[in-house]
Design a protein around this ligand. Sequence first.
Ligand code: AMP
Ligand code: MG
Length: 311
Amino acid sequence: MEVEKVLDAKMDHVKSEKVISAVKIGSDIRYYLSGFMRKQGYVEVPPVIISPLTDPLNHPVFDPVIDYYGEKYSLTKSMIFHKQIMVQSFGSIFTFSPNIRMEEAERSSTGRHLSEFTQLDVEKRGASRDEIMSMVEEMITGLFDYIKHEDTELLSRLGRDLHIPGKPFERIKYLDAERQYGKNFESILSKKKTEPFWIIDIPLHQREFYDRESDIDSEILVDMDLVYPEGFGEAISGGEREYKLEKIKERIHKKGQTEDQFRWFIEFAKRGLEPSAGFGIGIERLTRYVCGFKRIEDTHPFPKVPGEFSL
Ligand code: AMP
Ligand code: MG
């Protein structure tokens, strides 16, 4: 009986008008983003699904590891290292990367966490943070304009008035925001603002080891988050990357991690990495924002909601 109820709910979800609309809009979002990146001269590279090398993340998740012929493979949490290696040969890359992060059950209350999601993951050799931020602003405004025209009727049926933000987006330093609004600044500002905004210069201990330390203040990183307005929260994380071998090792140690965990990446760094910068934007979160949904699971026919049974 319990199983019957669960299956009925799953069927209702797959067939709901909300989900059907969001899948069409999500497909148009991918179509636009892919065209945008190509026009900017980026090459689409294939995703990596399992690897001994993946993002350590700055928060705890359950970690499914596959033992295969004596090597331990993780499901990709993000392609950060593969991106940094691939830009060495391709220059400018993008990929729609499936990420598995088995988030803890409490995260389902945010309305913006799934355990399986897709990132448009972008990296450019030799780019600065500023260059990447300007490109993102072009991408977001262009996308919203496209969707407003392409999906006018669907948006109106969903009751969504999608606002096209002005450029450049506001830039707020992490420590200034924290001083003014306290630890919870991101959610307070997200609710207060009516246009997306940047949080820049994130303190070292708040991020993984791979974002580059500032030349002026080694406690601050040359990185950024883009936050949606209207209370939708984080959209993007990105930044310039550490690329010098000694610096990479130093940052791994500062995080209390071991060189062994990242030995494959270190091997590439020994052979020389050039500087790069990039970002990742969650497609389901972007679709949720465009549709104006309270919960991210309405963007996906088979959402993996943290802590819940999912098909
Ligand atoms: P991160 O590197 O952790 O900042 O992730 C990059 C982007 O992926 C974020 O800015 C989000 O848009 C998206 N993202 C991260 N975690 C999740 C999740 N659990 N569910 C859905 N989207 C996510
Ligand atoms: Mg982030």
